[in-house]
Every structure is written in C-alpha cells, then in structure tokens.
Design a protein around this ligand. Structure first.
Ligand SMILES: NC(=O)c1ccc[n+]([C@@H]2O[C@H](COP(=O)([O-])OP(=O)(O)OC[C@H]3O[C@@H](n4cnc5c(N)ncnc54)[C@H](OP(=O)(O)O)[C@@H]3O)[C@@H](O)[C@H]2O)c1
Length: 267
C-alpha cells in the first residue's frame, strides 16, 4: 500500500530511542522529511538515512515544543505530521511506582508536564502551520492505562487519560479544517524504559524476587495478562503511527488504537 507520505514534513518527539526511533525510521522509509527531537541524539538515530535532522530539546522546558515546530517550518517549509511520542517516566524518575501514596505533588507536576503539557504545547505550535497547508495529522502516543486505571503509576495513567481526552476534543474542533488527531495506545513495549539498568524490568524483578530477563519474557506478560504472551516491539507501534499519519486514513480521527498484545480486555 502506498501511504502517499513522500515529501511530507513530520516532527517526532522522543525520537532518539524506542518507539520514537522506530517511528522516525518508518516515516523516513516512506519519504517523509523528519525533524527528530530529544535531549540527545543517539548512534541509532544518526545511522538513519533520509531527510532528517535532530533538534536537541528538553520538553520539560515550556518553550521547547514551539522551538521544535519552528525548526521544521524553517528547514522544510511547513508541517504535515506531528507525533507526540515523548513520554513515560519524566527525567530523573523511575517507574513503576506501586501506590497512590508514592508520588508527591512535585511528582504529579512533572508527570503532567512531560506526558500531557508538552503535547499541549506542541499541538498549539503545530496547528497554524498545518492550517497553512490545508490540514495535517497529529498522532499522540498514549498508553493502554489511559483506559485501564490501576494503582500502579496512577499519575502516569491520569496524564495519559488526559491525553486521550485532549485528542478527542482536538479531533472535533479541527476536523473541518483538515487536521486529524488520534492516539495510539501501546501496552508494554520492549524499549529502554523497560530494559535499561534500573528500568521497569529491574524494579519489578526486585519486587517479585527474580531477574530482568524473567520479567521481560514471563513475569510482565503474565502480570499484564497479555494475550500474545509477549511485549510488543517498537516497530509494531510505528507501523500504526505511519498509517494514521497517512492520507490513506483520511476518515480516521478522534480514534484510539490499542497496540497492546491484548492488554485491554473490555470492548
Ligand atoms: N515502552 C512502553 O512499555 C510503553 C508503554 C505504553 C506507552 N508508552 C509510551 O510510548 C512513548 C515512548 O516510550 P518509549 O518506551 O519508546 O521511550 P524510551 O525508549 O524511554 O525513549 C524516550 C525518548 O524520549 C526522549 N526524552 C526523554 N526525556 C526527554 C525530555 N525531557 N525532552 C525531550 N525528549 C526526551 C528520549 O531521549 P533523551 O533521553 O535523549 O531526551 C528518548 O528519545 C511514551 O509516550 C510512553 O509513555 C510506552
């Protein structure tokens, strides 16, 4: 299927690793010109070929999203696609946390800054250049826990629920002007968030008295009742993002796509 994306311009946040890196690679392979934002670049990002440049930006800075979008406009002449992917544990935070009593006010604040407000600011900056092109596609990377509240990571889940709500509201307001807005909601995905030293797998391993590999391959899939029996790969999320970015999805807006191995059980 030709996704008709060639020559379009995208901003991808959190593009240096994990899901954002897979999204960036996938869009580049479709001929998209990509502005990739993260605090630091990585060898994996540098190795990608295509019309790509990296903008070093810290999304905890309220000015950063507008700066990233402005670079897309100056370098590539406009903006068609925004992928608000950066999210998860804010800088300096390790997840999971196991109780509502764990996060402080400050923890809640930084969680919402990173997972919701940075997307709000990026959308605010992206809409005028998208309107100038006659439309665009915004894909917000949410989480299955936006629709499945749980005692674990209450602050993260609430921020992602806000992102889903925002997405629906934006989709209603801007569909008549050609801007589509959707969420992709992963379940657990094999990224640095899980696999890095001190990451989610290590924290769960300490909790249940096992090792990182057992958590990744057995404990987490069982605990999260994944029908597929495994964590998703970043590419599996990226493929859905690319389809939503594409004009082939012209009638898809305000939708939430679970790419979660069967994590969500409800209809
Ligand atoms: N992995 C999962 O199991 C999972 C499950 C559900 C939803 N998600 C969602 O999927 C998205 C991506 O997660 P991931 O697991 O792929 O993440 P990841 O592998 O940990 O990568 C995070 C990306 O965000 C960037 N980043 C971190 N802090 C930043 C900051 N302050 N400013 C700008 N960029 C920053 C990182 O680069 P720098 O560190 O260089 O800035 C990196 O490129 C998130 O929204 C997350 O909530 C993930």
């Amino acid at each position: 299927m030709d996704l008709q994306l060639s020559g379009r311009v995208a901003v991808v946040t959190g593009a240096s690793k994990g899901i954002g890196l897979a999204v960036t690679r996938t869009l580049l392979n479709e001929g998209v010109r990509v502005v990739a934002a993260s605090r630091r670049s990585t060898p994996e990002l540098e190795a990608l070929s295509g019309d790509l440049f990296h903008v070093p930006a810290d999304l905890m800075d309220p000015e950063a999203p507008a700066g990233i979008v402005a670079r897309a406009v100056t370098e590539f002449g406009g903006l068609d696609i925004l992928v608000n992917n950066a999210g998860g544990p804010p800088p300096g935070v390790s997840l999971p946390r196991f109780s509502f009593l764990a996060p402080t006010d400050e923890d809640w604040r930084v969680m919402f800054e990173f997972n919701l407000f940075s997307a709000v600011r990026a959308v605010r900056a992206a809409i005028p250049p998208m309107l100038a092109r006659g439309g665009g596609s915004i894909v917000n990377i949410s989480s299955g826990n936006a629709r499945l509240p749980a005692p674990m990571n209450v602050d993260y889940n609430a921020a992602k629920a806000g992102l889903n709500n925002l997405t629906k509201a934006l989709s209603e307001e801007f569909a008549p002007q050609g801007i589509r807005v959707n969420t992709v909601s992963p379940g657990p995905v094999r990224t640095a968030w899980w696999t890095e030293s001190g990451g989610a797998a290590d924290i769960l391993a300490a909790q249940v008295g096992t090792d990182r590999d057992s958590v990744m391959n057995q404990v987490a899939p069982e605990m999260m009742k994944l029908s597929t029996g495994r964590l998703a790969e970043p590419q599996e999320i990226a493929d859905v993002v690319a389809l939503l970015a594409s004009p082939r999805s012209a009638s898809t807006t305000g939708a939430d796509f679970a790419v979660d191995g069967g994590f969500l059980k409800q209809l």
